[in-house]
Ligand binder design. Structure first.
Ligand code: PLP
Length: 360
């Protein structure tokens, strides 16, 4: 099979799988215990934490919470802001976001509307928005939070987060960096947000572990209460260790991804009626999102699935009147040239036969 849906989830790197087994079989004590056995996991956790701090440019003023996933991290930030609003209701009841956020952001924000929070969305043109759009919409006297992602999961388009934080003044900013971590450099200091959310399984760590970065002692009300102050619940030690190692490997391992992406896009550009969304924009190096006039994108996904080539389809922006559906191909460092060539050949065959049924 050929797996090209790495923006949905990735294979756990085999070396990291070994590390997880080591952690779970030999260093399974609770890291918060008073005894030496529990504390044995500390050096591994410290190394993982050091790596995450280093690669995401955090320092001692910042807090990294190990969560269960990006969804938990995102909801935790929104819940924290809501808690403060409910404690001290004020004229500031607005959150600025965009309609092209992941459902983990959009649905978490929608849930806040029941409590009197108003969600205001940036206008989206050509699958993105600009800092000028933000400046026009932003009223610091009314805004509690800005919640915008760094990169879009479907198109891979990178948004102008730094330009927006430069205009945000004292207003808190949260960024969902789930699709960016491990794919492009993410400097949490330079980007200027107060909170960042991400998930390990997008960069070859396992599912069930994520991160929430709270920058420079930004206010935070915990979602989970219990033994530990900011995020109660026994930490997923093996997951945290895996996430640190996975990010280190993602940053350090030379990758063929840009060359393979170019190979695929060169082929797609030659197809009559093929549109690569955001082709001229700054995009994630691993993501290609396209459609072909006259061929339904869902059909392309179905056809490829029959050839054991796994990609995904979705709407690049449900709010845009075009409502265009596309096919998303997302590569990883485990993707080979032969796999891309097989995909290209399958697409050639599909286009030749148009809607003819594939041979099983
Ligand atoms: N944000 C973005 C941009 C995503 O792509 C995803 C997952 O696809 C999430 C958040 C949610 O991640 P998780 O399901 O790991 O919580």
């Amino acid at each position: 099979m050929i797996y090209l849906d790495n923006n949905a989830s990735t294979i756990v790197d085999p070396e990291i799988a070994e590390l997880i087994t080591l952690c779970n079989s030999q260093y399974y004590g609770n890291p918060n215990s008073a005894h030496d056995f529990g504390k044995k996991s500390h050096p591994m956790l410290t190394e993982a934490s050091d790596r995450l701090y280093y690669h995401l440019n955090m320092d001692m003023r910042d807090t990294l919470l190990i969560t269960s996933c990006a969804t938990e991290s995102i909801s935790s930030v929104h819940h924290s802001v809501l808690t403060d609003y409910l404690k001290t209701p004020s004229a500031k009841n607005r959150i600025i976001s965009s309609p092209i956020e992941h459902p983990a952001v959009l649905q978490s924000l929608e849930a806040l509307e029941d409590f009197g929070i108003e969600i205001v969305y940036l206008p989206v043109r050509d699958y993105s928005y600009t800092a000028e759009d933000f400046a026009e919409l932003f009223d610091p006297d009314k805004t509690l939070l800005i919640s915008l992602s760094l990169a879009n999961s479907e198109t891979g388009i990178i948004h102008p987060l730094k330009d927006i934080t430069a205009l945000s003044g004292d207003t808190l900013v949260h960024s969902d960096i789930t699709q960016a971590v491990g794919k492009i450099p993410v400097d949490t200091e330079d980007l200027g947000a107060d909170y960042y959310s991400f998930s390990g399984h997008k960069f070859h760590a396992p599912k069930g572990v994520g991160g929430l970065i709270i920058k420079n002692k930004a206010p935070f009300n915990p979602l989970l209460h219990g033994a530990n102050s900011y995020r109660a619940g026994t930490m997923n030690t093996a997951g945290a260790v895996a996430m640190g190692a996975a990010l280190h490997k993602a940053v350090k391992t030379p990758s063929d991804i840009p060359t393979l992406k170019k190979r695929l896009e060169d082929f797609l550009s030659e197809i009559e009626g093929c549109n690569i969304f955001g082709y001229d924009k700054d995009r994630l190096p691993n993501t290609v999102y396209f459609n072909i006039q006259g061929i339904d994108s869902d059909y392309i996904v179905w056809y490829l699935n029959k050839q054991n080539i796994y990609v995904s389809s979705g709407s690049a922006c449900k709010s845009q009147s075009s409502g265009q559906n596309g096919v998303r191909i997302s590569l990883s460092r485990f993707t080979s040239e032969a796999e891309i060539d097989t995909l290209i050949n399958a697409l050639k065959e599909l286009i030749k036969n148009k809607k003819a049924k594939p041979t099983l």
